[in-house]
Ligand binder design. Structure first.
Ligand SMILES: [Zn+2]
Length: 385
């Protein structure tokens, strides 16, 4: 089965759709839990399946350094190696090179960097990012792009955006070569793999428009908006998402990279986004920060020491069905590993439930009503804020 996107319904700019991949369907709008090193931290795959995760994200930078994409290809690709049968999206590795690597030097050729693990030196070129992801065999691969922080001067953003466009062209060309039969002896572990382009341009509307037009002209199976959620004000992020999404093809999926809070998901669906990923639900869970239908809870707070209520009375996840806030606080304070597992299970359930409710609201053409109610309850002051 190859890649396809079907748009079922729209409600204003909000879209209800379905992505078909070689490893099954993804209902959109979708949230992708982040499985950095071939695992979503503190979660077994069986738990992810139980809460309805239809797709996870793998980080190319981490998998390339350890255990290595060639080792994974010899195991038959990432799905076979990690035992996950549903869709996987991999990033290009660029973001971690820019945020994690010990030292990096970007030239037209690519990004030269030193591993944060052992200091070994590597060169990540656009072509290499495609090859690594071909070995991993994800269902959706991303092009290599350059990521700038915020704030950045307009000239620097423009220059970087143009370089990302040239890299995108090289990534697409490499993909064409691999699809045509691969004279490069790269094991393609998933021949149905799709490739997404990434729109850059920082917070400058005209640069975003230019990048969107040029990226669409190269031609990809889907399009991402990159370079946001890097420190810009939320309102600016929403404006850039709105103006960029409008310039992307209606019949192809749109992915907002690295965002965000539950409110961000709702607000960006309202601006035409179909796919999201973010470490927030998993990372915050391990730090005891929990999302509930009545705002955020910091479980280490003393007020929960003898609170026998579930974390979120409106959540049907295993954690909320089984355990009290008092027990969850105890596990967290005692440093039990189970705390991370139970908290992550809940936070991801909350995110995936939110996406389910979003999809239902769009199908009923009642998204705007859902959005207003969701934002009202999210903005209610939680006892810990
Ligand atoms: Zn729950």
């Amino acid at each position: 089965m190859s890649f396809a996107f079907t748009l079922h319904e729209t409600d204003g700019p909000a879209r209800l759709g379905e992505i078909r991949t070689p490893h099954g369907l993804v209902h959109t709008p979708a949230f992708m839990p982040v499985g950095t090193q071939g695992a979503v931290k503190a979660m077994r795959h069986v738990d992810l399946e139980a809460i309805g995760a239809e797709i996870i994200l793998g980080n190319t930078y981490h998998l390339f350094l350890r255990p290595g994409d060639e080792l994974i290809a010899r195991r038959g690709g990432l799905h076979a190696f990690i035992g996950w049968t549903r869709p996987i999206l991999t990033d290009s590795g660029g973001y971690q090179v820019f945020s994690l690597a010990a030292r990096r030097d970007v030239t037209e050729a690519g990004a030269r960097f030193r591993s944060h693990l052992d200091g070994t030196q590597h060169l990540l070129t656009p072509e290499r990012a495609v090859d690594i992801q071909a070995r991993l065999g994800s269902d959706i691969a991303m092009v290599l792009d350059e990521c700038l922080g915020y704030p950045a001067a307009r000239d620097a953003v423009a220059e970087s955006m143009q370089r990302s466009l040239r890299w995108a062209g090289r990534c697409r060309e490499r993909m064409r070569e691999l699809r045509a039969g691969g004279s490069h002896r790269i094991p393609v572990t998933n021949p149905g793999q799709a490739q997404f382009g990434i729109v850059q341009g920082g917070v400058f509307e005209d640069l975003r428009h230019e990048s969107a037009a040029a990226t669409v002209a190269i031609g990809f199976e889907g399009y991402a908006i990159g370079g946001l959620s890097v420190g810009e004000p939320t309102g600016v992020m929403y404006d850039i998402v709105e103006t960029t999404a409008r310039r992307l093809p209606e019949r192809q999926p749109r992915y907002l990279m690295g965002t965000g809070t539950p409110e961000d998901l709702v607000e960006c669906v309202a601006r035409g986004i179909d796919m999201f990923d973010c470490v927030m639900p998993t990372r915050n869970a391990r730090n005891g920060q929990l999302f509930t239908s009545e705002g955020r809870i910091n479980i280490k707070n003393a007020r929960y020491a003898e609170d026998d209520r579930p974390l979120d009375a409106r959540c049907a996840c295993y954690t909320c069905r089984t355990h009290s806030r008092a027990y969850l606080r105890h596990l967290y304070m005692a440093g039990e590993m189970t705390a991370g597992a139970l908290n992550t299970l809940h936070n991801l359930s909350f995110y995936l439930d939110t996406m389910r409710k979003i999809r239902e609201a769009i199908s009923l053409r009642a998204f705007e009503k859902f959005r207003q109610e969701f934002l009202r309850s999210a903005s209610r002051l939680s006892p810990d804020s």
